[in-house]
Design a protein around this ligand. Structure first.
Ligand code: 2BA
Length: 111
């Protein structure tokens, strides 16, 4: 048996937990904090058989993989200026990503 620890962004934590659960994986989600940025993230613990590990990682990659999003939320002063002097410029930002550890489980019991 293996345990997968997957650290994902807080925004992705709920969705990937649902996807894994829908595919019959048992998941525990912990609210965690990154040591460097001190921002909230989610750590999933997934105990599963070795032959299922690749499937779980594929689901995590499909749900949380790095992706680009176009947003207009960042104001760019005085470019193509409108009356207030500001215009919302669309910019591409990177979202998502996961850090995954897979380790052996020495003993597993449930009561
Ligand atoms: P990532 O490498 O994608 O890591 C995202 C989060 O995953 C980390 O949050 C941490 O919670 C976890 N993580 C990553 N690698 C880990 C490991 N080897 N052991 C345990 N947990 C691990 P943060 O620590 O807040 O880091 C956020 C982002 O800041 C990192 O993204 C990386 O791009 C950058 N970063 C982290 N540590 C850095 C450092 N010492 N110097 C420069 N940049 C750093």
């Amino acid at each position: 048996m293996k345990i997968i620890y997957a650290i994902v962004g807080s925004d992705d934590g709920n969705r990937v937990t649902d996807v894994l659960t829908d595919h019959h994986f048992s998941v525990t989600r912990l609210a965690t904090t990154g040591g460097f940025l001190k921002k909230g993230n989610s750590t999933l613990m997934i105990g599963t058989e070795e032959e299922q590990v690749d499937h779980a990682i594929e689901l995590i990659r499909d749900t949380c993989g790095k992706r680009q999003k176009i947003t207009c939320d960042i104001p760019a002063p005085n470019i193509g200026s409108i009356s207030a002097g500001y215009v919302m410029m669309p910019v591409s930002v990177e979202l998502g990503g996961a850090t995954i550890f897979v380790t052996d489980v020495e003993r597993f019991e449930k009561f």
